[in-house]
Design a protein around this ligand. Structure first.
Ligand SMILES: Cc1cc2nc3c(=O)[nH]c(=O)nc-3n(C[C@H](O)[C@H](O)[C@H](O)COP(=O)(O)OP(=O)(O)OC[C@H]3O[C@@H](n4cnc5c(N)ncnc54)[C@H](O)[C@@H]3O)c2cc1C
Length: 396
C-alpha cells in the first residue's frame, strides 16, 4: 500500500498488503493491488462488500472525507417494491430481488427500516382506470402483494386522503440509508477492505500487461495497478470513465442531470403510508415520503439542469401545493414547505447514440428502459485484454 493511500485508509490491512508487488510503466512505479472500487456511495460500498466477501483484496477510493455524501445521502430512502418498471428490464428484476435482499439484510444487521406500505391514489375516474394497468405491470414484475382498494378502503387507512380509488403496496418501505451504508462498510472492512478518504481517481491508462490508475490525495499523486477496477462514482462515473486512456469514448453513456426538488412538511404528517399520485410522464408525480422519524417531505419532481446545482427555486412550492391538494385537500395554506433537493444522473441508451443530447425520459429523448451494465472487458477486449473487468452500473 503506498504511504499516501495508507494515510487516508481506515481499516485493518489485509494479510496480502505486505506482499504487494510493483508494476512499472513509463510514468513510474505503481503498487499492484487486487481490486479498486471508485466511490463510497451505496453502490460502491455494496460492490466492495461483495468483493471482500468473495475473498478479494479491496481498496475503496473516496474523493470526499466520508462515505455517502453524494446521491446516496440525497434521496427518498424508499425501499421500492418494483411496481412501474418495464417487465423483464434489469430495473424490474433487480428492484424486486434487491428489495427482498435489503429487508433481510436490515433485519440481520439491525439497520433501521419500516415496511410502512405505499398508496398510489387516483383522484379522478380516468386515473382510476389506470390503476388496473399499474396493478397488472406490478404483478408481472413479481410484486405479489399489491392490490386495488376502493375509495372507502383507502380512507379507512388514511382518513385525510381524497381519492376515487387506490392501490396498496404493503412491501414498499423506508430505510435508514446512512445506517445501511455503515453496515456495508463494516462488513467490507471486517473482511479486510480498506477505504481511502480524500482520495480522488484522476486517470488511468494501459501500462504493459495491466491498468495503472492515478489517485490524487493531499496534493500528491499515487499510482496503483489494480487487477480489477469498478467505477461506482455516481455523478462522477462518466468523468472517471473518460479519464481512462484507451476506453473508447462511444462506450461512455452521455450524462444529463435531473434535479429532484423536495419540500419538507413542517409539522406532523397526516399519513402513515407513503402516498403517491398516479404517475405522470417523466416522473412519479409530487408524492409524499416519510422518514423513520416521521418527518414528511413532498417530491422529488424532475428538473433538467445543465450542471450540478442544488439550489431550489422556492417559487416551485406553488406548483407542489396545487399537486398535493388534489389528494390532500386539507393541506394548510400557507403550508410552510421547506426547500430541499437532490440530483441524479440520467443517461441515454448506448445503441441510440451516446452523444444524444437529450437523455431518456427527457423531452425528445429515448424511451425509459433499464439500467445499463457494461463490462470493460467487452469494451476494450481489443486492447490486449488489459482491463480485466472494470464495470459500470448506471441508473436512469
Ligand atoms: C431525488 C432522488 C431520490 C431517490 N430516491 C430513491 C429512493 O427512494 N430509493 C432508492 O432506492 N433510490 C433512490 N434514489 C437513487 C439512489 O439514491 C441512487 O441510485 C444511489 O444513491 C446511487 O449511489 P451511488 O453509489 O451510485 O452514487 P453516490 O452516492 O453519488 O456515490 C458516488 C461516490 O463517488 C465519489 N466519487 C465521485 N467521483 C470520484 C472520483 N473521481 N474519485 C473518488 N471518488 C469519487 C463521490 O464522492 C460519491 O461519494 C434516488 C435518487 C435521487 C436523485
Amino acid at each position: 500500500m503506498p504511504p499516501l493511500i495508507r494515510r487516508h485508509c481506515v481499516a485493518t490491512p489485509s494479510p496480502a498488503s505486505g506482499r504487494r508487488k510493483k508494476a512499472t510503466g513509463k510514468r513510474g512505479v505503481a503498487d499492484k493491488v487486487d481490486a479498486v472500487v471508485v466511490g463510497a456511495g451505496v453502490v460502491g460500498l455494496a460492490v466492495a462488500r461483495a468483493l471482500a466477501l468473495a475473498g478479494r483484496e479491496v481498496i475503496i477510493l473516496e474523493a470526499e472525507a466520508m462515505i455517502g455524501t453524494g446521491i446516496s445521502s440525497r434521496n427518498s430512502e424508499v425501499i421500492h417494491a418494483g411496481i412501474y418498471y418495464p417487465k423483464g428490464s434489469l430495473k424490474a428484476l433487480l428492484c424486486v430481488a434487491g428489495r427482498k435482499a435489503l429487508y433481510a439484510y436490515c433485519e440481520v444487521h439491525g439497520v433501521g427500516h419500516r415496511r410502512c406500505g405505499k398508496l398510489i391514489v387516483a383522484t379522478n375516474e380516468e386515473q382510476r382506470s389506470r390503476l388496473e394497468s399499474i396493478l397488472a405491470a406490478a404483478r408481472g414484475n413479481g410484486v405479489d402483494d399489491i392490490r386495488l382498494m376502493t375509495r372507502e378502503q383507502a380512507l379507512e387507512r388514511e382518513p385525510a386522503l381524497s381519492c376515487t380509488g387506490a392501490l396498496i403496496s404493503p412491501s414498499t418501505g423506508i430505510v435508514d440509508s446512512h445506517g445501511f451504508m455503515l453496515a456495508l462498510l463494516g462488513d467490507a472492512q471486517a473482511q479486510g477492505a480498506m477505504i481511502a478518504y480524500g482520495s480522488k481517481f484522476t486517470g488511468g491508462r494501459m501500462a504493459g500487461a495491466g491498468l495503472v490508475i492515478e489517485v490524487a490525495a493531499d496534493g500528491n499523486v499515487t499510482r496503483l495497478a489494480p487487477r480489477l477496477l469498478v467505477n461506482c462514482a455516481g455523478l462522477g462515473a462518466q468523468a472517471v470513465a473518460a479519464a481512462i486512456e484507451g476506453l473508447p469514448a462511444h462506450t461512455i453513456p452521455a450524462l444529463s442531470y435531473a434535479k429532484g426538488n423536495y419540500f419538507a412538511l413542517l409539522g406532523r404528517a397526516p399519513f402513515s403510508h407513503l402516498v403517491y399520485p398516479v404517475p405522470e410522464p417523466g416522473g412519479l408525480g409530487v408524492h409524499l415520503t416519510l422518514d423513520l422519524g416521521g418527518q414528511a417531505k413532498f417530491g422529488p419532481d424532475v428538473e433538467w439542469v445543465e450542471r450540478p446545482d442544488y439550489a431550489v427555486d422556492a417559487a416551485r412550492a406553488g406548483r407542489f401545493y396545487a399537486a398535493i391538494r388534489t389528494y390532500w385537500p386539507d393541506l394548510p395554506d400557507p403550508w410552510g414547505g421547506r426547500a430541499d433537493q437532490s440530483l441524479r444522473h440520467r443517461i441515454a441508451r448506448p445503441h441510440l447514440g451516446a452523444r444524444r443530447r437529450r437523455p431518456c425520459g427527457a423531452p425528445g429523448g429515448a424511451p425509459r428502459d433499464s439500467f445499463i451494465l457494461t463490462a470493460a472487458r467487452e469494451l476494450v477486449a481489443a486492447q490486449r485484454g488489459c482491463l480485466r473487468q472494470a464495470g459500470y452500473l448506471y441508473r436512469r
